[in-house]
Design a protein around this ligand. Sequence first.
Ligand code: A4P
Ligand code: MG
Length: 179
Amino acid sequence: MSALPPAREPSGRQSKQPSGKLVYLGLGSNLGDRYANLRSAVEQLTAPDLRLLRLSGLYETEPIGLRDQAWFLNQVAEFETDLMPLQLLRRAQKVERALGRRRTVRNGPRTLDVDILLFGSAVVDCDDLTVPHPRYHERRFVLAPLAELNPALRDPRTHQSVTQLLQAVRGQAVRRVQE
Ligand code: A4P
Ligand code: MG
């Protein structure tokens, strides 16, 4: 009688391990067809080296920073990537440009903003890029959709969970949109 084949489980499990880094991108739009802009952004970002895993719901959010502008539609997307952080920033900026983004007023109206919120457990501080995003922890329009995807996720700098960060932010209106 031949011997039983070796147990398959370990290799089976291994093949399900993510091969790249888990990244969270914050998407926002308050100009033009906001729904179409976010949909198109996700389609254009998705690539063999930037694989879409999950999307949060869509949120109507009160503008933060420059307040006298239209409400935003915000969403967070979870990707697995083989890119390096600066490569991902360039990719995100290319998609912003493709969707007609013009950089005029800082924090002002835009067809599309793509922010790198978290990049695995990486901490990046260079001229063009800061990760974790320097302001994500104080913004309900980011934390509410992020908590929907991964409430236990921890900030690599402060080690606070997304749930803890969300509980600490008060007074910014966000409303999940029925799809
Ligand atoms: N940059 C540095 N770190 C990052 C990062 N982690 N992700 C640099 C993306 N970019 C990063 O951004 C300016 C520069 O930031 C980039 O060139 C990049 O090298 P930008 O997109 O050109 O300019 P901005 O978005 O107008 O300014 P800023 O300061 O990035 O604004 P935020 O923080 O993106 O906020 N209110 C609601 N309700 N919803 C919103 O989506 N968005 C903003 C913009 C303000 N208020 C909002 C919303
Ligand atoms: Mg931005």
